[in-house]
Design a binder for this molecule. Structure first.
Ligand code: PGA
Ligand code: ZN
Length: 403
């Protein structure tokens, strides 16, 4: 495997207009490039994206501390590089160099190694066995921290479960369009905006939003002839205060929240619930999984933060049956992969995910295929979202000759 010949960093724009970092890493004349995203509804236990001094401080530390230590390393030694990044950082959670510098270096290294070996990243990381395409989870109505004036629940998604990734991507986009038509019919004269992830924002009750998404799913299903189901990312920690879940018109206790979600799953055929309860409530997650886990995916995002220790605790408690995988939530490719491996070993599903503040970097499409993940959550439309979805279509073409 070739050695690292050069490594550099730049500040680039993310989809919210904030600065983030992009790393170029060269080996055998091939450049691996990776950019890091940022969240808005970040979990309390995830690694900080940037050090206290922000992006400028991250870049300064990259140049003074990271560059000299990584130059000349073998790109094939991903685990060694990722250990070194922890060592350079010297804190338990990348709070000195920031998760975004760590993840950009880590992924750029894998991409350079793949390119130098003449392989696409999904093949380099996943080996010849990586053939399964993930289902796209597409956000169609948004609220919470991603949209001012929207629903309390952060994301209403559609999950198309057709015979190919390409058909699923287009079925999700069709649902996104039908949802817009339903919203303009329901709220005539009201402007219709889009949130951070390209999902529609509307002043609606949470159950009305779900009803509209479920209707759109049924309509698309009858057009395409394969299952299209509604899903939700509640990001419930964002509206959990004083022991209650605060909706527009009422507040629910934990028992009330579990009963409410049981009814929504039964009435609307919801196939996946992400962060349905507060990020500290392993016990509540376990009760909810016991009640709904056979009918629906129960995903921990803020609960697990792509962290093997928190996932281990969840597995022991039987909290959830799936984990969201966000590489910058934990800081390196090896750490993200360890969470995936532990999850799969314990029978948990994995869904690789974008962040609400994204770039056009397409790497997560490759990771979802390499990991053999059930899903990829990366929006439905919008440049930084379609970058990943279109890459998935290209990967499918490489694997199966397209559709
Ligand atoms: P974030 O939200 O990127 O703003 O953290 C995405 C999610 O909660 O899944
Ligand atoms: Zn989430």
């Amino acid at each position: 495997m070739p050695a690292i010949e050069a490594v550099s960093i730049r500040t680039i724009l993310d989809s919210r207009g904030n600065p983030t970092v992009e790393v170029d890493l060269r080996a055998a004349g091939h450049v691996g490039r990776a950019a890091a995203p940022s969240g808005a509804s970040t979990g309390t236990h995830e690694v900080p994206a940037f050090p206290k001094g922000g992006v400028e401080e991250a870049i300064r530390i990259f140049r003074s501390d990271v560059t000299p230590r990584v130059m000349g390393r073998e790109t094939g030694d991903q685990a060694g590089l990722d250990r070194l990044l922890h060592e350079i950082d010297g804190t338990p959670n990348f709070s000195r160099i920031g998760g975004n510098v760590a993840v950009a270096v880590s992924l750029a290294n894998a991409k350079a190694a793949a390119a130098a070996g003449g392989k696409p990243l999904f093949r380099y990381l996943g080996g010849p066995g990586s053939k399964q395409l993930p289902r796209p989870f597409g956000n169609v109505i948004g609220g919470g921290r991603h949209a001012i004036g929207g629903t309390a629940i952060q994301e209403y998604l559609v999950v198309s479960q057709g015979p190919s990734a390409a058909r699923n991507v287009f079925a999700n986009a069709r649902a996104h369009r039908l949802v817009a038509q339903a919203l303009t019919a329901k709220l005539p004269g009201e402007p219709l905006g889009r949130g951070d992830e390209g999902a529609w924002v509307a002043k609606l009750s949470d159950e009305d939003a779900l009803g509209i998404v479920a209707d759109a799913c049924r309509a698309v299903e009858s057009e395409v002839g394969f299952p299209v189901r509604p899903a939700m990312d509640l990001a419930a920690s964002e509206f959990f205060r004083g022991g209650k879940y605060h909706y527009r018109d009422r507040a629910l206790t934990t028992d009330g929240q579990i009963e409410f979600l049981e009814r929504l799953v039964s009435d609307y055929g919801v196939c996946s619930l992400e962060d349905p309860l507060d990020q500290e409530d392993f016990e509540g997650f376990a009760r909810l999984t016991e009640a709904l886990g056979s009918r629906c995916t129960v995903i921990g995002d803020d609960l697990f933060v792509t962290n093997v220790d928190r996932l281990r605790r969840g597995i022991e408690a039987r909290a959830g049956n799936a984990i969201l995988i966000k590489p910058n939530q934990i800081g390196t490719l090896s750490d993200a992969r360890a969470a995936v491996d532990l999850a799969h070993k314990a029978g948990y599903a994995t869904v690789v995910s974008h962040r609400s503040g994204e770039t056009t970097d397409e790497t997560i499409a490759h990771l979802a295929v390499a990991f053999g993940s059930l899903g990829i959550k990366t929006g439905t439309v919008g440049g930084e979202r379609t970058a990943k979805l279109n890459e998935l279509i290209r990967i499918e073409e490489q694997l199966h000759g397209g559709t």
